[in-house]
Design a protein around this ligand. Structure first.
Ligand SMILES: Nc1ncnc2c1ncn2[C@@H]1O[C@H](COP(=O)(O)OP(=O)(O)OP(=O)(O)O)[C@@H](O)[C@H]1O
Length: 720
């Protein structure tokens, strides 16, 4: 209880005047409430029994006069409390929100969103409640109990002493129960935040849930969650009921004792009738106050849990922020990036980047390429200062990023992520967010560069069109273009692109890449991409494999070197897309590099390449479902897919086996025989595939028995 009061006082510290006004007004109010019952003693003993009307009216006038003053004071205290309450709540909301904004990205990755929401939906209201209850019922009851106790001792000490013993019993029960009650509150809160996290996830996952017909499974999972929540909720309610019930039983016991003893004392003439009536009235008022106090206890227990959660949050370290260096206007276009022996892992013992060193001179264009999961995006996030390396350092213009003022540094960065968040608000505001000083013309200029202007002005509300639900009323490509417009509008000296065109169709992609080329002049551009054709003109390409930098140089230099880049390039070459991105083709040479077609006559390969069909899939769409019949082979002409398998324990969902991208293939066993698919394949970005049906392939091969045998043998070997 003391901790809660101490915390409340610290929240109210900034409002000393308002708090003093409230307490003063409350004091008047309370003085009247607690002393009014004493008037019975004077009315009965000095006016009613001696039949003295003058004295009676005198007391009545005093009562009315002080009553009116106290009523006014009571109203004043209500106003003061309302203001105090809202200001303290607003302060706490702001303080928590502000603190959350400065927490490192890693905090958000390990914290469930339900927990964050609960700070605002559960903890702050609990603090608000206890503040109200303590400052009204709490203080009032406490004050009345103290004054009444003194007056009761003055009226009749023996009965007052009995009440004190009873009061001890009233409080000792809840005191002993409170650790269990607190634990019950904590458990319930934890279950509640887990439920809200699941609920939020469920809302976002509706397409996947419906696409995979998972309704029954998620309802069942949610029901189990609700059962756990009901169990903790039941325990919490029961505890709170008991906290209120135990004092009531003690109160009943005291009532009975006092009635018996009081009447006996009056009967034997040890106290006057006036004193007895005053005693009972006073005692009743005290009893009500004690009763009021019993309501304070559950509120205190809840608030204590919430205050602990909030102070844990506020104790979380903020993002490291060097104070020394920030950009000056003359360094605007001079950003030199050095990565110096950097080792980093999200989990300290599992490095995702190992001893990476590279340099990107000012005004140059660099690309990070490599297989999925090789650490490209992670390095980009280190360049953004989202994480700090465990070993080595990232240097910007020769100074370690740790010494930069991160806010000032990031203000000079334009970044386009793979997934770009759009805020609830107009398209105009969503673009302008990167440059609050931008004029309407600037915003339109950026939108034109990002090739989204024409689309926006075609909408009924144009730039004022509202973005709903994180941008669900726009396509992935449109969202990406809005994000590109944002980055362009910022006019930054350093542009970071993380698969910035992954959601665009090939024509738009080529055209946006030309815009980026144009924008690159005088800036440092760092692009993470798996689409090598887009970066052949870059000054430097860095190739990553399993967290290591394995090759670097220009496109041509690395092709000449026959290193890992050449392998990546060859995988993607020989596949082309029509301008509209709807038709893909594969050339003979590329086909001959597929393991099971190696050594096959070029003429036959020519025939086979004509048999491939183009299939397109939207992001999130299932291409193959585990268990389905397999009759097709897939080659990714463009896009990225995820291969997953149901976990052996059906509750754990899907296990990710691999991520494949441009030039990769899957499903070749289907060319051999119709066996059920052993995994599920889902499009992570919009995808274009070249597909080959077993029946169609075998129709061709049937004309070439030798080749037929060779292909079947190689496929069978690959299967084993
Ligand atoms: N927030 C995270 N917490 C833990 N591990 C992560 C996190 N983000 C990425 N990883 C892991 O770090 C490794 C490198 O991931 P990263 O995203 O940097 O690879 P990438 O080369 O950019 O891949 P992609 O092309 O698929 O985006 C992967 O094994 C990935 O699972």
């Amino acid at each position: 209880m003391l901790t809660v009061i101490k915390n409340l006082l610290s929240y109210m510290r900034s409002y000393k005047l308002l708090t003093s006004l409230f307490l003063l007004a409350l004091l008047f109010d309370l003085a009247f409430i607690s002393l009014a019952p004493l008037s019975f003693k004077f009315i009965i003993d000095k006016a009613v029994e001696p039949r003295d009307p003058d004295y009676f009216f005198f007391i009545l006038k005093v009562l009315v006069f002080t009553g009116v003053i106290c009523l006014g004071m009571g109203i004043l205290s209500d106003f003061a409390l309302a203001r105090l309450h809202t200001r303290v709540q607003a302060d706490l909301h702001k303080r928590i929100f502000e603190h959350i904004q400065h927490l490192p990205i890693s905090y958000f990755q390990k914290t469930r969103s339900g927990d964050l929401v609960a700070f605002f939906s559960i903890d702050l209201p609990a603090i608000g409640r206890v503040m109200n209850v303590l400052l009204t019922t709490g203080i009032q009851s406490f004050f009345v109990v103290i004054v009444s106790t003194v007056v009761l001792f003055y009226l009749e000490w023996s009965m007052a002493a009995l009440i004190l013993v009873g009061a001890f019993a009233i409080f000792i029960g809840p005191y002993l129960l409170s650790p269990r009650a607190r634990k019950a509150s904590e458990d319930d809160l934890q279950q509640f935040t887990q439920m809200t996290t699941e609920l939020q996830e469920n809302m976002k996952a509706q397409k996947v849930i419906k696409g995979y017909n998972l309704q029954a499974a998620v309802i069942e999972k949610f029901s189990s969650r609700l059962q756990l929540l009901s169990a903790t909720g039941y325990r919490r309610h029961l505890m709170n009921q008991q906290l209120e019930r135990i004092p009531l039983i003690s109160l009943l016991f005291i009532n009975l004792t006092i009635i018996g003893l009081g009447s006996y004392l009056a009967l034997t003439g040890k106290i006057t009738v006036g004193a007895l009536v005053a005693f009972f009235t006073m005692y009743t008022s005290m009893g009500n106050s004690v009763f009021g106090l019993t309501f304070v206890i559950p509120a205190l227990t809840e608030a204590r849990v919430s205050m602990e959660r909030i102070s844990d949050l506020l104790a979380q370290s903020r993002e490291a922020n060097g104070q020394r260096i920030s950009f000056t206007s003359d360094t605007h276009s001079q950003v030199d990036v050095q990565v110096d022996h950097v080792t980093f892992g999200y989990e300290t013992k599992q490095p995702v980047l190992k001893e990476v060193s590279l340099g990107i001179p000012p005004g140059s264009r660099a690309a990070f390429v490599g297989s999925s999961g090789s650490g490209k995006s992670t390095l980009l996030q280190l360049l953004l200062g989202f994480y700090d390396p465990q070993l080595g350092q990232v240097k910007i213009n020769g100074t370690s990023l740790a010494d930069w003022n991160r806010g000032a540094y990031r203000e000079r960065i334009g970044v386009v992520f793979q997934e770009n968040f759009l805020f609830h608000g107009s398209i105009y505001d969503n673009i302008r967010i990167s440059q609050p000083l931008a004029t309407r013309e600037d915003v339109i200029w950026a939108a034109k560069k990002a090739e989204i202007h024409e689309y926006i002005i075609g909408l009924p509300d144009g730039y004022e069109t509202m973005v709903l639900d994180e941008g669900s009323n726009f396509s992935g490509g449109q969202r990406q273009r809005i994000a590109i417009a944002r980055a362009i509008l910022r006019d930054p000296p350093i542009l970071l692109l993380d698969e910035a065109t992954s959601a665009l169709d090939p024509i738009s992609e080529a055209s946006i890449n030309r815009t980026f080329d144009e924008l690159a002049k005088g800036r440092t551009v760092i692009s993470v991409t798996h689409r090598l054709a887009a970066i052949t003109g870059y000054d430097q390409i860095f190739v990553f494999d399993q967290g290591k930098l394995v090759d670097q140089g220009s496109h041509q230099e690395m092709l000449d070197r026959d290193g890992s880049y050449k392998g990546l390039w060859e995988k993607q070459s020989g596949l082309s897309l029509s301008q509209n991105g709807q038709e893909a083709t594969i050339d003979q040479e590329r086909l001959s590099r597929l393991p099971f077609f190696q050594g096959v006559d070029p003429a036959v390969l020519g025939e086979i390449s004509d048999l491939f069909q183009t299939e397109t899939y939207a992001k999130g769409q299932a291409i193959i479902q585990e268990g389905d019949a397999g009759e097709k082979f897939y080659l990714i002409a463009r896009g990225k897919v995820e291969i997953t398998k149901a976990a052996p324990d059906s509750d754990s969902g899907q296990i990710r086996l691999a991520v494949l991208e441009d030039g990769d293939h899957f499903g070749e066993i289907a060319l051999l025989e119709n066996v059920p698919r052993t995994a599920t394949v889902t499009a992570l970005t919009p995808c274009v595939f070249l597909t080959l049906q077993r029946k169609v392939l075998y129709y061709i091969l049937s004309r070439y028995p030798e080749i037929d045998a060779h292909v079947k043998r190689t496929l069978a070997q690959r299967r084993s």
